[in-house]
Design a binder for this molecule. Structure first.
Ligand SMILES: NC(=O)c1ccc[n+]([C@@H]2O[C@H](COP(=O)([O-])OP(=O)(O)OC[C@H]3O[C@@H](n4cnc5c(N)ncnc54)[C@H](OP(=O)(O)O)[C@@H]3O)[C@@H](O)[C@H]2O)c1
Length: 348
């Protein structure tokens, strides 16, 4: 008989809501608790929070109740990292999967090493496992390149590109990421750098170390585009002349030259200058080498039109990893330890 995994969803934002839907609809899971911070959500049926019929599970903001819960795994998708809480959950006997990472200890990001050491100790104490999941950092920038490497003869340079059109996919991330700020101000104080470079360096380190090298340093560049006119979105307006697009490049230098480059094009639609020819929202991995290879990943609607899938994929990548993480030996399990696994409950 198929095992049923008792799960807790920690936080009900974009990622948390998609996760709850999976936990309710996939017979491999039973949702036994949901932690919310928003006082308006406390006491509500979690089905209501996720746009589903009632489930009988009531959202709580009581952390101790969650720590004491009898569950196999917590999907920790809060707005902010909390390594102490993650460690308490692991010591309480619950495995943890989280889109906040850490994803892989990186010599470029000392915090990822400290956090990983704390988490590994908690895993030892609790006999539990931790997995940092997500689309990017995660799947697009580490697992996909590693999978493609198996079809390569020689690798000279790996390019990973993320394109997100925030005008078509508005979210609370728009002001947080610096859209609508004056270009000079954002260049002087970038919203997504340098800490994003350090987050992404974990995926780069996972791939590069698996291939037998180490990162010497990460180089960053940022090119801005300005809005040609006011661009309205639910929750605000990006004024004409302010930042309407950001093109980041993070390059992992190995043996004195870039071995892996992450390109991120984040934009508020097409009415920006320059109007980058970066394609539709989604992800691609391109390998320069022999043979040269290209793989793309994007969502599509019923009519085949590309959709931005990033937040849903982040939820699904975490949820689908839970059974494998619960069945892994205690400790931190990255894609390198998890290897190939088949998520249960998808055929229904
Ligand atoms: N690795 C990846 O590829 C990837 C991709 C996307 C997102 N992420 C990360 O995944 C996490 C969830 O993303 P999201 O899009 O769901 O975020 P979100 O929509 O902003 O929701 C996060 C939730 O966290 C809770 N929260 C709010 N303020 C908080 C605080 N100060 N401390 C702790 N929790 C707080 C709230 O939960 P309640 O509403 O339930 O109270 C909020 O809804 C974020 O940390 C994000 O950076 C990673």
């Amino acid at each position: 008989m198929q095992r049923i995994y008792r799960v807790v969803q920690w936080a009900t934002g974009n990622v948390g809501k998609v996760s709850i839907r999976q936990f309710v609809e996939n017979p491999a899971f039973e949702v036994v608790g949901v932690l919310v911070t928003n006082p308006d959500k406390v006491g509500k049926d979690v089905g209501e929070l996720a746009g589903l019929p009632p489930t009988g599970v009531i959202a709580t903001n009581n952390v101790e109740e969650i720590i004491a819960a009898d569950a196999d795994c917590v999907h920790f998708a809060a707005a902010a990292e909390d390594i102490d809480i993650v460690c308490r959950l692991l010591r309480s006997g619950k495995n943890v999967v989280s889109p906040l990472g850490p994803f892989y200890p990186s010599n470029q990001y000392p915090h990822s090493i400290e956090a990983s050491e704390a988490i590994a100790a908690a895993c030892r104490d609790g006999g539990t496992s931790f997995h940092g999941s997500g689309i990017h950092p995660g799947f697009a920038g580490d697992l996909l390149p590693l999978v493609m490497a198996r079809a390569a003869g020689r690798i000279d340079h790996i390019h990973v590109t993320e394109v997100v059109d925030f005008a078509a996919n508005p979210s609370s991330y728009i002001p947080f990421m610096g859209f609508g700020r004056e270009p000079e101000d954002l260049l002087a104080n970038p919203a997504r750098s340098p800490e994003a470079a350090l987050m992404f360096s974990q995926s780069m380190a996972m791939v590069i170390e698996a291939l037998g090298k180490r990162i010497e340093r990460i180089e960053t560049s940022l090119e801005l585009a300005t809005a040609r006119e006011d661009i309205a979105y639910p929750g605000g307006v990006v004024a004409g002349g302010t930042v309407g697009g950001q093109h980041y490049e993070w390059r992992a230098i190995v043996d004195g030259k870039p071995l892996m480059t992450f390109h991120c094009f984040w934009k508020m639609g097409g009415r920006i200058d320059p109007a980058w020819d970066c394609g539709a929202s989604g992800y691609s991995v391109r390998i320069e080498g022999d043979p040269a290879l290209l793989m793309t990943l994007s969502g599509v609607d019923d009519h085949g039109k590309p959709q931005y899938p990033g937040l849903s994929l982040t939820a699904l990548l975490g949820v689908n990893a839970i059974p494998a993480v619960c069945n892994a030996a205690p400790g931190i399990v990255t894609h390198r330890e998890l290897g190939l696994f088949a998520p249960p409950g998808l055929l229904r």
